[in-house]
Every structure is written in structure tokens, then in C-alpha cells.
Design a binder for this molecule. Structure first.
Ligand SMILES: *Cc1c(COP(=O)(O)O)cnc(C)c1O
Length: 390
């Protein structure tokens, strides 16, 4: 008999009753160190007092009004995002998938309004852009698309790191945009080198392509800059955001330049919940905290500490781990053992991690984690790896 919850997930037999900071408390009282953070969502930890305050203040005033009207917290968050990023304008969504939908629509509308027949968006093998029809077609992997055809047309997937293939594809007359994660998340924490991001920007400029970054996972301070592309000193034309921006409250956004967004006039797109007052009140507080230089400096300091510890962990368990990669607090342990087995033994030692493609275990702790949390995580991972090796 089919379970009452549609069984599309492989769930661990864990059920959490509460959380605080980097910790989650299981129904039975066990305390787990959360190095998954809801897959880079709980960027400021669990039950963050500032976020609880922002949400409950707003909850006492106004939960929802339609986008038929002005929404003050939405306006405030848009102004903050425009102030802190490359963007001139912002549309709010409820998820990364919805941000992907609009990014694709915006790129297509831009071409249409110029009277151009350039619908193809170049994407990359190993990418993840959500589970909607556009999202799975963009990623293109067999795992996500099998059985769901016919797929939305308009995407061409390229091999990872193949510059010649990319250059040839970008020169095709029907190509209008490139969509890429500056650091692949689901694909196994694979960062695009800064030099390559710069090259991508040049290629887009050369051929008049829109550059779309998916920073749903790598954005919002995760890599030690507000957005990951800032490390390369270049900007996209359109950017998808979600996950960390709501700190656990469903919120996403599409950021764009005036140039890229010019076709999106009244009536061309909409969302009932997108830009909801509760979500945006929390989003404003999240942005206020994460965009601070001092906060990001702390992320970088702690990332250095964690990475150094992980190098030691790998050296101590050469049969389990191969290497560590990633940026900031978006780190991947490339495994020699099976990554899902490593996640399992982690549960035994009461530490949560997340598997990714390419046999990687992802470490995505709350950005607010303490030095003690890092030390505790390293010793729990060390014990887990010993369990796995034994
Ligand atoms: C999670 C993710 C998405 C999809 O976001 P949802 O909120 O699950 O719809 C899209 N792109 C990237 C890079 C992601 O990590």
C-alpha cells in the first residue's frame, strides 16, 4: 500500500523535534550536529533568535496580501538585494525551482522582444536546477528526466570542464544564454575556477549571450562572499537565489540587470505567495546579518579552520577519503569508500552530512557554527570514518 506521504524520498529513520544553532534534537533526545543545514538552508542555524523575532513580529501584523498591492517587507528586501549585488531588479519566488522557471522565461522573453530566434540555453553535465519541467530539462540527467518526457525543449547540456565544446556551442546562432552553478552542489561540490567564470563572462559578451548563475546553493555567504561569483570579480545578467536567503522559511528570488529584465512587464509573470510578507521579513533579517563584512570574515576564518581539520581527517583515513574540495563552508569530501555509507556511519556518531554525486559527502554547516562545533564535528567524523574502515 502506498504510504500516506508520497514515497519520493529515501528517508533516514530520524525525526527531529527541535533545534538550536548547529544542533538538532531527535524525538528520543539524541543531539545531532547538523552539517547539512537542511541542504544549505539553515544558514543562520536553527531557532536563530533574530530570525524568530523577525518572523513573529511580522506574524502579529500581516501574513499575506496579494501582489495586487504594495508589500512593504518585499520592497525592503528588494532594495537591500539591489544595494548589495549586481542586480537592478528582483522577483520573489518560494523556491529555487521557481527561480529557475523565471530565469528561463526571462532569457526567452529577452530574445523574443529583440526579434531573435535564439532559444537555446547552454547547461552543464552534473548540474541541478530544480525538479520542475524546466529544471529537469536544464539539468538533463537521465536520473531526473527518465519517464517524464517529452522534455521542455531549449537546452543543450555540455560536458564539465570542456572549454572547446563550450566555445563551439556558444558560437551557434540559436544559442541565447548560458546557465551555470558557480559551485555545483548536487553534482558533488565542483567549483568553477575563477579563471573559467571570467572566461564564461567574456564568451557571453563576445556572442551577446545572457549569463545566468544558479546560486541557490552556493550563494548567501556560503562560500565566504555574499555570492560565490564575487570571488571571480565578474557579474551575471540573471541570478537564481533560494535556500539560505530564507534561513528556513520558504523564499527564493531572481535577480537581474535592467537590461536582461526589460521584457518582464506587467502581466508577464506572477506568483501568489512570491514575496509574501512573512518570508520577506525573515529574508531582510537574513540579508542584514549575512551581508555584513564582519560576518563574512568569520565565515572565511571558520572555513579555513574546518578545511585544515578535514585535511587531517583525510590523512588519518586514507582508505575512506580521497580529498576535500569546495569553497568556504560549502565543502565536499571525495570518498574512496561509498559516500552513502559514510553518511550512514555519521548518523551513528550523531552528525548529519549529505551525499552528492561523484561519490562526495557534502558538509554544509550553518554559517553561524562555533569553533567548538567545528572541533566536535571533526572528532565525530573521525569516529565515523573509523567505524566505516572497521
Ligand atoms: C536546491 C537547488 C535548486 C532547487 O531549489 P528548490 O528550492 O529545491 O526548488 C536549484 N538549484 C540549485 C543549485 C540547488 O541547489
Amino acid at each position: 500500500m502506498i504510504p500516506s506521504v508520497l514515497p519520493t524520498y529515501n528517508r533516514a529513520p530520524l525525526s527531529f523535534a527541535s533545534g538550536e544553532g548547529s544542533w538538532l534534537v531527535e524525538q528520543d533526545g539524541r543531539r545531532f550536529l547538523d552539517f547539512g543545514a537542511g541542504i544549505a538552508v539553515n544558514a543562520l542555524g536553527h531557532a536563530n533568535p533574530d530570525l524568530v523575532q523577525a518572523l513573529t513580529d511580522q506574524a502579529g501584523k500581516l501574513w499575506h496580501v496579494s501582489n495586487l498591492y504594495q508589500i512593504e517587507p518585499q520592497q525592503r528586501l528588494a532594495d537591500i538585494l539591489v544595494d548589495k549585488t549586481f542586480a537592478d531588479t528582483v522577483f520573489f519566488t518560494n523556491s529555487g525551482t521557481e527561480s529557475c522557471e523565471l530565469a528561463v522565461k526571462m532569457a526567452r522573453k529577452y530574445r523574443h522582444d529583440r526579434g531573435e530566434d535564439r532559444p537555446i540555453i547552454l547547461t552543464f553535465e552534473g548540474s541541478f536546477h530544480g525538479r520542475s519541467s524546466a529544471g529537469i530539462a536544464a539539468a538533463g540527467s537521465e536520473k531526473m528526466t527518465k519517464g517524464f518526457g517529452p522534455l521542455l525543449p531549449g537546452f543543450q547540456s555540455l560536458p564539465w570542464g570542456d572549454h572547446d565544446a563550450l566555445k563551439a556551442a556558444a558560437a551557434q546562432p540559436d544559442v541565447g544564454a548560458i546557465l551555470i552553478e558557480p559551485v555545483q552542489g548536487e553534482g558533488g561540490i565542483r567549483p568553477v575556477p575563477d579563471q573559467c567564470l571570467k572566461g564564461l563572462r567574456d564568451l557571453c559578451d563576445e556572442h551577446g549571450l545572457l549569463l545566468i548563475f544558479d546560486e541557490v546553493q552556493c550563494g548567501m555567504g556560503r562560500t565566504g562572499r555574499l555570492f560565490a561569483h564575487e570571488w571571480a570579480g565578474i557579474v551575471p545578467d540573471i541570478m537564481m537565489v533560494a535556500k539560505g536567503i530564507g534561513g528556513g522559511f520558504p523564499l527564493g528570488a531572481v535577480l537581474a540587470t535592467e537590461y536582461a529584465a526589460q521584457g518582464m512587464t506587467a502581466g508577464t509573470h506572477g506568483s501568489t505567495y512570491g514575496g509574501n510578507p512573512l518570508a520577506c521579513a525573515v529574508g531582510c533579517k537574513v540579508m542584514e546579518i549575512i551581508a555584513e563584512d564582519a560576518f563574512l570574515a568569520e565565515v572565511n576564518r571558520k572555513a579555513g579552520l574546518l578545511r585544515q581539520g578535514l585535511e587531517g581527517l583525510i590523512a588519518g583515513h586514507p582508505s575512506v577519503f580521497e580529498s576535500v574540495r569546495g569553497a568556504g563552508l560549502m565543502l565536499g569530501l571525495k570518498c574512496k569508500a561509498t559516500n552513502t555509507d559514510m553518511v550512514q556511519v555519521g548518523y551513528g556518531q550523531e552528525i548529519l552530512t549529505v551525499p552528492a554525486a561523484d561519490n562526495v559527502v557534502r558538509l554544509l554547516p550553518p554559517l553561524t557554527l562555533t569553533d567548538e562545533d567545528i572541533a566536535e564535528a571533526l572528532s565525530r567524523l573521525d569516529r565515523a570514518a573509523s567505524d566505516l574502515a572497521a
